[in-house]
Design a protein around this ligand. Structure first.
Ligand code: FPP
Length: 239
């Protein structure tokens, strides 16, 4: 009997290579990010078409604040404009949007925009699109440790209640399943502070393609790569 192709329930992507894509064309870095938004649209469409249930995109890391101010502002504006402009189309496709990251740095208007898109798309039942924005995994784990310590100190829980489940539930990804498949485009092979705890049993894929060139076909090819993987979770498989 032919085995059904394994589709990852949760795909997480580090969208890398926008700057190099722009440089290769003699353009400003901003134009690379602008072209990267088209890839976001294409990948969301391909994820829905393939029956992927969760798609997490690393859009802005906490470390990205250290980039030149003009680039930071350009990414912020692009992110807000895209998120606001695409709300209806995403809702039409059955996509629910969640923004994951610390909201403390954001202006009231950005926070309002985040809440608006989360509300407009809340009924989406095909794909949950998690946009990691002002996210850093070490900080997420540190904040979870602080919150557990506070709960122990207040007597709400005991030290012995701190287990993997409690820690997972204290992360920003509480209620989000761990990623099955992590893709980083542009040939770089590192995690860069992305989903460090959650990636424990994920499969990894590092295509050379720069993010603005990562289209629906590239996403389909990535799923073919995933389907060939043998996931063992530390166990052994029968031949
Ligand atoms: C990495 O490429 C890309 C980013 C840091 C920004 C990604 C942001 C977007 C695609 C725009 C908004 C996103 C959404 C979800 C609407 P890089 O600049 O590090 O590339 P390089 O390594 O070639 O310099």
């Amino acid at each position: 009997m032919k085995r059904e192709k394994a589709i990852p329930s949760h795909v997480a992507i580090i969208m890398d290579g926008n700057g190099r894509w722009a440089k290769q064309r003699g353009k400003e870095r901003y134009e690379g990010h602008l072209a990267g938004v088209d890839s976001v649209r294409n990948v969301v469409r391909a994820a829905v078409r393939n029956g992927v249930e969760w798609l997490t995109l690393y859009a802005f890391s906490t470390e990205n604040w250290g980039r030149p101010i003009a680039e930071v502002e350009a990414i912020m504006q692009l992110f807000c404009k895209t998120v606001v402009g695409e709300g209806d189309e995403l809702a039409r496709q059955g996509v629910r949007v969640k923004i994951m990251g610390e909201r403390t740095h954001f202006s009231p208007s950005v926070i309002e925009m985040i809440e608006r898109i989360e509300n407009t798309t809340s009924a989406g039942d095909k794909l949950t699109l998690v946009l990691a924005f002002n996210y850093s995994s070490r900080r997420e784990i540190m904040l979870a440790a602080q919150s557990l310590a506070q709960r122990v100190a207040s007597g709400e829980m005991g030290v012995e209640d701190i287990n993997e489940e409690a820690l997972s539930a204290s992360l920003m990804t509480a209620n989000i399943p761990d990623p099955d498949f992590i893709i980083r485009t542009s040939g770089e092979c590192r995690l860069s502070n992305f989903l460090l705890w959650q990636a424990s049993y994920a499969e990894f894929y590092f295509p050379e393609t720069l993010w603005p060139d990562f289209d629906e076909e590239a996403f389909d090819r990535a799923l073919e790569v995933y389907a060939e993987r043998d996931r063992r979770y530390g166990l052994v498989t029968e031949d």
